[in-house]
Write a protein that binds this ligand. Structure first.
Ligand code: FAD
Length: 383
């Protein structure tokens, strides 16, 4: 490892930011990781924002390169296929591979983030600064402005990487300077988390599968957790009849679930409370270009290309970004002004492809109605 003088500021200590800090510190860079939140390892998770992720081979490859895959996998649960829940009749298992030997892995986003944060913070050269929200960025000289609980703070860096998620402040700053074009397409669907707790100390559903309740205009999925619970994510339109907003009272909520998700009702003792109090999250696709400015400010992960979650690839893609950026730095002898444009050329087409596939997969998942049971039921629902 060669010690390098260029100080790198990474904005956002999420999945992409922490992984990037690990890779760059290993290249010998001093790295400061700025995060708007307090240290997530010392706080409690926000209600209804637990999100467990499907971590696939693409993401695991990145973790292997920093020696973290084995540790992370001890917290993961392999899901070997999807289990379709019709309104009536038997559940149907669809294996992800013909031999049944391939799996995607259910893992808590919080646990994964904390493992990456621990790894980054333990590396020499990495400093993690919490409670710093980026609010200003001068793309010509790398001056950074933060809001903190103690007032405004200024800092500076040779290279700034925006890993600050779908609503990226770094991207917003570049747009404000006229250095970038962006489009953000919000889906008219949102999502809400519900919980299926353990039943008699065990999993209430098969833990080897990603569970799907396809219902045409709505859809629910559930992924297993280490504590033998499942986190369900209900996707539904934001407005109108047949939307989150259309169910208010406990009786309506119970009636709706009894009609459309009858097998879920006995497994969700906190259904009404979860439904009434967990927030509705927004979903959207971010496209922007270029992903860099002046050869010293770059974007990666959701900040560059947030996608809807229906292919389970947003975090996996963010991890792939970091591996590719590292490769570009190798090939460009750490000249950031050539490495950042090369990174964009290599990744943008892939990001665009997965964005489209994720939107297509939403239709596939919610309308997975090949079985006659589904078709009959949907006609009845709409009658
Ligand atoms: P984030 O994880 O959003 O991290 C950004 C970080 O930047 C955060 O820590 C934030 O606090 C910080 N930050 C933001 N603004 C500022 C600021 N101004 N100053 C300082 N810090 C700031 N992906 C998968 O691969 N598989 C899945 O199964 C999957 N399921 C999903 C399900 C749902 C319901 C959703 C919503 C997403 C899912 N994703 C999944 C996508 C995945 O969560 C994201 O792609 C991933 O978290 C992106 O990582 P990131 O580090 O780029 O951004």
């Amino acid at each position: 490892m060669t010690a390098r003088r260029d100080e790198i500021a990474i904005i956002g200590a999420g999945l992409a930011g922490c992984l990037a800090a690990c890779f760059l510190a290993r290249r010998g860079y001093p790295v400061v990781l700025y995060e708007r939140r307090s240290d997530p390892r010392t706080g409690t998770a926000e209600r209804g924002r637990s999100i467990n992720l499907a971590l696939s081979e693409r993401g695991l490859d990145a973790l292997r390169r920093i020696g973290l895959a084995e540790q992370v996998m001890t917290d993961a649960l392999p899901m070997r296929g999807r289990m379709i829940h019709p309104v009536e009749g038997e559940q149907q298992f669809q294996s992800y591979s013909a031999a049944g030997d391939r799996a995607i892995n259910s893992i808590s986003r919080g646990a994964l983030n904390n493992a990456l944060l621990d790894e980054a913070a333990a590396l020499p050269g990495v400093r993690v600064v919490f409670d710093h929200r980026l609010v200003g960025l001068d793309p010509t000289d790398g001056t950074l402005g933060f809001e903190t609980p103690h007032g405004p703070v200024a800092a500076n860096a040779s290279v700034v990487l925006g890993a600050d998620g779908a609503g990226s402040a770094v991207r917003g700053q570049l747009r404000g300077y006229g250095l970038l074009d962006e489009s953000v397409d919000f889906l008219d669907y949102g999502y809400k988390e519900l919980t299926i707790p353990p039943l008699g100390g065990d999993f209430a559903l098969d833990p080897d599968a990603l569970h799907i309740w396809p219902r045409g205009t709505s859809m629910m999925i559930a992924l297993p957790n280490r504590d033998r619970s499942f986190t369900c994510t209900l996707f539904w339109p934001n407005d109108g009849a047949g939307s989150f907003a259309s169910l208010t009272g406990p009786a309506e909520i119970e009636q709706h679930f009894a009609t459309h998700y009858p097998d879920v009702v006995p497994l969700t003792p906190n259904l009404v409370d979860d439904y009434q109090h967990n927030p509705v999250g927004v979903l959207g696709t971010v496209r922007c270009t270029p992903w860099q400015a002046n050869g010293r400010i770059g974007l990666l992960g959701d900040a560059a290309h947030a996608i809807v979650p229906f292919y389970g690839q947003g975090a996996n893609c963010a991890f792939e970004d970091v591996v590719e950026l590292d490769r570009c730095l190798d090939e460009c002898a750490d000249d950031w002004s050539t490495a950042l444009p090369l990174f964009q050329r290599r990744r943008q087409e892939n990001a665009e492809a997965i964005a489209t596939m994720a939107l297509t997969n939403f239709v596939e998942m919610r309308d997975r109605v090949a079985s006659p049971v589904f078709q009959t039921r949907r006609r009845v629902e709409h009658a």
